[in-house]
Write a protein that binds this ligand. Structure first.
Ligand code: GYE
Length: 373
């Protein structure tokens, strides 16, 4: 049933970012400007628990208190980035599992195919439909003010998930995601430790242009690179977080820089698969026994398989399993309880067998067996 949520209670006591996940790599505080506005509002009328609602993930915690009055469902719109990567596929499935009918939700998940205009339209449709909550995984950081104002005017709470946006934090209600700048710093720190003063001639295959996940990883990695006069970033181009994109960029890098580079940094696993295909075709060796050090991000199952096989030297995790945390925030909003305005899903990093690192865990069969996505 469609119901316009008139208001939510945003307790003044917004507590510090809650950290969930597996820990490991050093993660600083969540993005500083994500504190939601403190604002009092009347309780929603229909916050009574429903029967049989249970969270789809062990981490949902409070979500066991059911979402809505019996027969009532919570309508949720998720404007998803697209289907560019294995990470994204896992994230989509996770939302479908957690925001299920059995858990008391009606989820409208729109695959925006990495197109900003489509994503803005999806959010506007959610507003027109007067859904109870809107979740946005923003394709780009920029351009959100107007539509967020429209959602606020309509009284619909918005949760920004996965990536970050430039908009003022007063324009949305909560943020859940990972600290991609720290992921970049971890990759840089690991490389410095591994090279131990040796020269690095680096090629970077970035994620999608304007995406906070790409901007953050570059910013973090560059911060470390700047401290190393023996490192040179030869080139940095977007592979759009896709395997095809990674392959194309790597092919053109090979044309321009063959014989000149010894490090390739890919902003996600899919790009790394494409880069490996391009290097295979050109007879360039990579990984622990190769000429090129290969760094990747995401640490999906297949990415970790390549890490275990010694083809990817270091793989920095980014956890796509975020829906239960978002559901918990929604449950708290629904029950007029205070909630965390910012929730950081923590990440760690993994290195190939034979590598020991203070920044990353050495891969094993057991770690791989435990990786479902
Ligand atoms: O790393 C990539 C995906 O936003 C963190 O988006 C996410 C990134 C992830 O396409 O694989």
């Amino acid at each position: 049933m469609l119901r316009k949520k008139l208001s939510v209670l945003l307790a003044a006591a917004m507590v510090a970012a809650a950290v969930v996940g597996c820990g490991g790599a050093d993660q600083a505080a969540a993005p500083a400007d994500n504190a939601a506005p403190a604002e009092e509002a009347a309780p929603a009328e229909d916050a009574a628990p429903a029967e049989d609602a249970e969270a789809g993930d062990a981490e949902a915690g409070d979500a066991e208190a059911a979402p809505a009055a019996s027969g009532d469902v919570i309508t949720v719109g998720y404007a998803q980035v697209g289907h560019e990567s294995d990470w994204r596929t896992a994230n989509t499935k996770n939302y479908q599992d957690v925001f299920s009918a059995a858990n008391g939700y009606e989820l409208s998940l729109i695959d925006c195919d990495n197109d900003n205009a489509v994503q803005l339209e999806a959010v506007r449709n959610f507003i027109t439909q007067q859904l109870d909550y809107i979740i946005i995984a923003p394709i780009e950081t920029a351009g959100w003010d107007t539509v967020l104002q429209e959602a606020q005017d309509a009284g619909i709470p918005v949760i920004i998930a996965d990536r970050e946006i430039d908009a003022d934090a007063s324009l949305y209600d909560a943020w859940v995601g990972t600290n991609t700048k720290n992921e970049g710093v971890t990759a840089g720190n690991w490389l410095a430790e591994y090279l131990d003063g040796k020269e690095a001639n680096i090629l970077v295959i970035e994620g999608s242009v304007g995406a906070s996940a790409a901007l953050g990883r570059s910013e973090g990695f560059n911060e470390v690179a700047e401290q190393h006069s023996e490192w040179k970033i030869l080139d940095s181009q977007s592979g759009d977080f896709t395997q095809d994109g990674g392959q194309e960029v790597m092919e053109s890098f090979i044309k321009s820089y063959e014989g000149q580079f010894n490090v390739v940094v890919c902003h996600n696993d899919n790009e790394a698969y494409g880069a490996m295909d391009a290097m295979n075709a050109a007879g360039i060796t990579y990984g622990v026994d190769g000429d090129v050090i290969l760094i990747s991000f995401d640490a999906t199952h297949d990415g970790l398989q390549y890490t275990l096989d010694g083809k990817i030297n270091c793989n920095v995790e980014c956890n796509p399993i975020q829906a239960a945390v978002v559901a918990e925030v929604i449950q708290k909003m629904q029950n007029n309880e205070s909630y965390d305005a910012t929730t950081l899903v923590n990440d760690e990093a993994f290195v190939a067998p034979g590598i020991e690192s203070q920044y990353a865990t050495t891969m094993t069969e057991d770690i791989l067996a435990g990786r479902a996505y």
